[in-house]
Design a protein around this ligand. Structure first.
Ligand code: NIG
Ligand code: FE
Length: 419
C-alpha cells in the first residue's frame, strides 16, 4: 500500500463539500498542516504536530517546506487540441477588425479547421501536448477538452482520437466534450443538412464509441441559432450525454435561456447577461462559467457580471477557454486575477470557482475539487504565504509542485519564495 505523510504545510486552504450550498463560499484554512495520503487518496488531514506523532513510522514522510497547499484546480472549459497559430489574427483584431469579420473572411475557427484537415493524428497530439504540460504547471489537475476545430466528421473524429491518445500520456484527469462549433465552409449552403448530420450521425457515433461524455454548441449569431442548438442538444440528452452551451458571448443570443430550459450542466461565457437571464439560470440550478482570459484577450466584449451573478444566487466557475483564437493561455491563475479585478470576486470565491464548483460541473466532485478524506490527493504547493497571493502575483509562473492521486507529477525548478 502506497502511503505518504506530507507535513509542514505552511497553510492548507480548501472548500468543503458540506458547504456546497453556502453562497458565502467559505473556505477551510489550517496552518501548520499535514495530509496523510494512502493509495492515492487523502486519508487524514490534521495539524502537522499531531500526524507526525500518530502516523506509523513506516509511512514515507515528505517535508512541504511551509508552502501553501490548495486543491488541484479544475479547468472546466478549454479547447487545447488544435494545430497552428493565429497570432496575426490577434493583431488584426487589435487594429480594428472584428472577430466576425475575420471569420467571414475565412479566418478564425475556419482557419484552424483548415489546418486540422491536413494534419495527421500524431501531429495533432505532438502540437497539443505542451499545452497540457503548461496547464499542469499552473496547478490544473482536471481539464475539460473540447473538440470543435474539425467541423466535418472526418476531422472531428481525428481530434477526438488525438484526445484519446493524449489522455493516455498526460497525468491530468481529462473530461471530453464534443463541440458543435460552426457550420463547415463546405456545408455553407446546406446548413439544415449539416444540423441533421450532427444529430443523426455524429452525436450517436460519439456516444456509441464513448469519444466524449458531453456535447457543447456555440449558440451565437454566425454559429448556431437557438432552435438548431436546442435540437442538437436534445439528441445529446437522448443519447445519455451531458450538455453545455457557449452562450451570450457577443449578445443576448438566447443561449443562456436555452441552458436553463434544458438543464445544461453549465452555461459558459455569459458576457451579456441580464438579471432575468441570471434568475432563469439560478432557478434551473445551472451554473455559469466565466472566461475572463477570453474577454481580456479579445478586448472588445464586457466581462460577465460576475459579482452580480453571485449576489443573485448563481453558482459560478472560472475557466481558461484556452484556444488559439480568443484565449491563448493555459493560466487559470491569470483568470483568477482578472476575476478579482473585473468581477470583484473575493479570494474564497475564486478558490471555489476553480476547484469544487467546476468539479461539480464536470461530474467529478465526488473524487476531486477539495482536500477532504476519501477524495483523490489532487493538489498543488505554492511558494507564497496566502491564498490571495496566487492571483496577486499575476502573470508569473505557477505552482511549485503538482500532485495527482498522491503522485508528484510536476516539480518546478528550485522556486524562489514570493513573499
Ligand atoms: O470559446 N466562442 C467560440 N469558441 C471559442 C473561440 C474559438 C476560436 O476563435 O478559435 C471561444 O471563445
Ligand atoms: Fe470556448
Amino acid at each position: 500500500m502506497e502511503s505518504t505523510l506530507l507535513h509542514d504545510i505552511g497553510l492548507l486552504v480548501t472548500p468543503l463539500e458540506m458547504e456546497m450550498n453556502d453562497h458565502r463560499r467559505p473556505v477551510y484554512e489550517l496552518q501548520k498542516a499535514a495530509v496523510w495520503i494512502e493509495d492515492g487518496r487523502f486519508k487524514q488531514i490534521a495539524r502537522s504536530e499531531e500526524l507526525l506523532k500518530s502516523v506509523p513510522a513506516s509511512v514515507t514522510r515528505v517535508h512541504a517546506q511551509n508552502k501553501l497547499m490548495v486543491p488541484g484546480f479544475v479547468d472546466c472549459h478549454a479547447h487545447p487540441v488544435f494545430v497552428g497559430n493565429r497570432a496575426k489574427e490577434f493583431f488584426l483584431r487589435n487594429q480594428g477588425a472584428s472577430y466576425q469579420d475575420i471569420a467571414a473572411a475565412g479566418g478564425g475557427i475556419h482557419a484552424t479547421a483548415e489546418r486540422i484537415k491536413t494534419s495527421r493524428v500524431d501531429q495533432i497530439v505532438r502540437e497539443s501536448l505542451p499545452r497540457f504540460h503548461r496547464s499542469l504547471e499552473f496547478g490544473v489537475t482536471t481539464l475539460e477538452c473540447k473538440s470543435g476545430y474539425g467541423l466535418t466528421w472526418d476531422s472531428e473524429e481525428k481530434l477526438l482520437i488525438a484526445l484519446r491518445e493524449i489522455a493516455k500520456v498526460v497525468p491530468q484527469r481529462l473530461s471530453k466534450t464534443f463541440l458543435v462549433h460552426v457550420v463547415p465552409a463546405e456545408w455553407k449552403d446546406r446548413r439544415e443538412e449539416f444540423v441533421e448530420a450532427v444529430m443523426n450521425e455524429m452525436i450517436p457515433e460519439v456516444a456509441a464509441r464513448g469519444l466524449a461524455n458531453c456535447v457543447d454548441v456555440f449558440c451565437e449569431e454566425g454559429a448556431f441559432t437557438v432552435d438548431e442548438s436546442r435540437k442538437i442538444l436534445q439528441v445529446a440528452l437522448d443519447e445519455g450525454l451531458s450538455i453545455t452551451i457557449h452562450a451570450n458571448q457577443f449578445g443576448h443570443s438566447g443561449g443562456a435561456r436555452l441552458a436553463a430550459e434544458l438543464g445544461a450542466r453549465s452555461a459558459d461565457h455569459l458576457e451579456y447577461l441580464s438579471e432575468d437571464e441570471m434568475d432563469a439560470l439560478r432557478e434551473a440550478g445551472v451554473p455559469g462559467v466565466a472566461l475572463p482570459a477570453c474577454v481580456f484577450f479579445m478586448g472588445t466584449i464586457p466581462y460577465p457580471p460576475m459579482r452580480k451573478m453571485i449576489d443573485r444566487g448563481m453558482r459560478i466557475a472560472l475557466a481558461t477557454d484556452m484556444n488559439p483564437g480568443t484565449a491563448m493561455t493555459e493560466s487559470l491563475p491569470f483568470c483568477m486575477t482578472a476575476a478579482a479585478i473585473y468581477g470583484k470576486l473575493k479570494a474564497n470565491e475564486l478558490l471555489w470557482a476553480v476547484t469544487l464548483d467546476p468539479a461539480r460541473i464536470l461530474g467529478v466532485s465526488g473524487n476531486t475539487g477539495s482536500i477532504e478524506a476519501g477524495k483523490y490527493a489532487d493538489f498543488s504547493l505554492w511558494s507564497v504565504p496566502s491564498l490571495e497571493s496566487i492571483p496577486y502575483f499575476f502573470g508569473q509562473s505557477g505552482a511549485d509542485s503538482v500532485w495527482i492521486e498522491g503522485a508528484e507529477v510536476f516539480t518546478g525548478e528550485d522556486s524562489v519564495k514570493r513573499y
